[in-house]
Ligand binder design. Structure first.
Ligand code: ATP
Ligand code: MG
Length: 160
């Protein structure tokens, strides 16, 4: 279905902001305008839920989570970034976290709960929507999970 991504993202962020018990600050860099994408809303919500709950799970007390949406009109895509100031992920493991059941620190992850499926499912869903997903990180400084989605092409009448 046709979805305004800005709106969906904003509502998802608000839901986490309302429910969180941790002392974490949320910062948003979202477009002013509507950003139309053709997506399965429930599946995209699942992807966002997983990435945001990871960011919260691995954030320190008092940390900041930054939510960014960049619209790349030329490339007909949007780039979504969710950054935290958490423990980070070693370089050689950045790709592995998208594999099924993979967890970086087994002992720590066990305490924090989960199965290690969240990001594997997220990658499947983003790729099914024609996008890419990856992570960037610096150990001890934080992690950014990024994904792209194709923008809906404008109807002919809208083009300049
Ligand atoms: P589930 O999502 O199934 O509840 P999970 O959160 O452990 O379990 P994934 O979401 O797939 O599984 O994440 C895989 C692993 O990647 C995590 O166990 C964790 O080690 C690492 N990871 C994911 N996000 C972050 C993050 N923001 N900061 C640090 N490590 C992360
Ligand atoms: Mg997870």
């Amino acid at each position: 279905e046709q979805v305004d991504f800005t709106n969906l993202f904003q509502h998802t962020i608000e839901r986490f902001e309302f429910n969180k018990t941790e002392k974490i600050e949320f910062v948003r860099h979202l477009p002013e305008e509507e950003v139309w994408v053709w997506i399965d809303k429930d599946k995209m919500t699942q992807v966002l839920d997983n990435i945001i709950s990871n960011a919260i799970k691995y954030s320190p007390e008092g940390g900041t989570i930054t939510f960014t949406v960049d619209v790349m009109k030329q490339q007909q895509k949007l780039v979504v970034k969710i950054s935290d100031e958490g423990v980070g992920i070693p370089d050689e493991k950045l790709n592995k976290i998208f594999e099924r059941f993979y967890r970086v620190d087994k002992a720590r992850s066990r305490n924090l709960g989960g199965t290690g499926l969240g990001l594997a499912i997220s990658r499947e869903m983003i790729e099914a929507h024609g996008g890419n997903i990856w992570a960037e990180s610096k150990e001890g400084e934080g992690t950014t999970v990024l994904f792209t989605l194709p923008l809906m092409s404008q109807s002919r009448g809208d083009e300049e």
